[in-house]
Structure formats: C-alpha cells, structure tokens
Design a protein around this ligand. Structure first.
Ligand code: FES
Length: 268
C-alpha cells in the first residue's frame, strides 16, 4: 500500500527543471529525502519533483507547504536545516527565503529583467520586401496558446505551411498537442503537423522542422500583417496572415504574444 496522504503534515516541492538540475538540485532532494527517512518523517511528509518554477536565476529552488515558502540557492547542507525547521514548526531559515506569504516582494540577489520582444523595426526582407518586423517567442508555452486562440478566433486568418496549399484557419477543426514534439492541426481533409516542443540535438530531422524563430510583420506593399515561422537554420516553415491590422487575432498577438508591442506605421 502507498502512503496515506491524509497523514501528510508537510509537502516539499523540489524544482527539477534544467537550471535547477545544473545547479545541483538532485543532491538537494536526496539529502532532504534521506533526512526524512532517517528521522521517521517519511510517512507523514511528501516530496515532489516539479518542472521549472520560473525562478531559474535562484536555482536550485524548493517550495514548502503549508504556507507559501519559496527557498532559493539551495545546497544539501541548507536543505536539512530547512526541512528540520518546518517539521519542528520552528521559524523557517529566513535568510534562505526567496519569498513567503505576507512579504510584499521576493528577495533575490540574482534578479534578471524579464525578456521582452524588441520593438518592430524597418527591414527590407528577401521574402516580405519592405516591412516592419520583430521576433516573438517560439517556445511551446507561447505557440500552443497561439494556435488554440486562432482555433477560437479564425476570422480573417490564413495559414500556410510550406509545400501545402494555404488554408483559411476556419477550416482547422482541432488543435492537438498530445505528441512529444508535434502540434497537430486537424482539418476536414487531413492534418498539418508543426514541431513546437524543444527537440534533443541528436534528432536532426526534427530540428529541420522545429519552429525556432517566430517573426511578426507588417508588409508595406500589401499592408498585411502576419507571422512567419522559421527553423533554427533560418528556413521558412510557414506563415499566418491576418486580413487587417484591426483583426481580432492580430490584436491578441500584439497584446499577449508580443506583450503589448505597438506597430508604428510612421516608421515606413
Ligand atoms: S529550473 Fe528550477 S526554477 Fe527554473
């Protein structure tokens, strides 16, 4: 029989994302678990490895419940004191805290400014001609929401994936992201596949079709706005075009995907 979760007094969430792993999170988890085992707290506590907690600069990180305690820059030595402190309901190690409930702000010595897209810039592009262009984000945490939004708001949106005929987005009947790397756009006549998840370096074939560059543009000649997807080698994989600068889905792009960037046509 597994643990009786009803007896849990404390839960420790250890970040097991890439940055925390590089900073030694596995040693921290092992130390904490060994402490809990040897001090007879194994059955009334819980330790969980999580994906990235969004505070990579403070790696390795850990969150403790009950309460809202976020710890930073952990080491095997520190974690034993922290675990012990919480189990004994002593004060947490305040100096090791990144944040706790009641604080107005987090305390980090390694704060990194959030990455924001650069403003639209004028460019004479090989494919687009004179245009205003900027780069957005290409991780699946942006691209999957983008395609889901377009599924719900397809009006005036056209999708073209290289080697396939452009289709109005309203012909897309479902957006599925259940495979490891691939987003599937279902239409009545078939399925378009786009690679949007991070791909291991050795999977060369997938790297060719992985969206690594996402550009948002305004084309001077056609007065059209759109998105261009490229692989890491700079080869175009597909485009999305919007029928006007006032298109609802384009406005979503500038607000959510480009974090409120404005398109200043006076630059042209
Ligand atoms: S990988 Fe741990 S906070 Fe990002």
């Amino acid at each position: 029989m597994g643990k009786n979760i009803a007896n849990t007094t404390h839960t420790f969430f250890f970040c097991d994302g890439g940055s925390c792993q590089k900073a030694g999170s596995e040693k921290v988890v092992r130390e904490a678990r060994a402490y809990l085992r040897n001090n007879e707290h194994w059955n009334n506590t819980h330790t969980i490895k999580t994906r990235c907690n969004g505070r990579c600069e403070d790696a390795p990180t850990c969150i403790v419940h009950p309460g809202e305690f976020w710890y930073k820059e952990l080491t095997p030595e520190k974690i034993t004191h922290i675990v012990k402190g919480h189990i004994n309901n002593d004060c947490p190690l305040e100096t090791e805290l990144l944040f706790k409930e009641g604080w107005d702000a987090q305390v980090s010595s390694k704060e990194i400014a959030p990455i924001k897209p650069k403003p639209f810039m004028f460019k004479t592009d090989e494919e687009l001609g004179d245009c205003l262009i900027t780069r957005g984000f290409s991780s699946d945490q942006y691209l999957y929401p983008l395609f889901l939004y377009l599924l719900e708001h397809p009006k005036g949106v056209t999708l073209s994936v290289t080697s396939e005929k452009p289709i109005p987005f309203k012909d897309v009947t479902a957006v599925n992201y259940t495979k490891a790397f691939t987003l599937e756009l279902e239409t009545k006549i078939g399925c378009m596949a786009l690679i949007i998840a991070a791909v291991p370096k050795e999977k060369e074939e997938l790297l060719q079709s992985k969206i690594s560059i996402t550009e948002y543009f305004y084309q001077k000649e056609t007065e059209q706005v759109g998105i261009r997807f490229k692989n890491k080698f700079g080869e175009t994989l597909g485009n999305i075009e919007f029928d006007s600068i006032h298109n609802e889905a384009w406005k979503y792009c500038t607000k959510i995907q480009l974090q409120n960037l404005t398109l200043d046509l006076a630059q042209l």
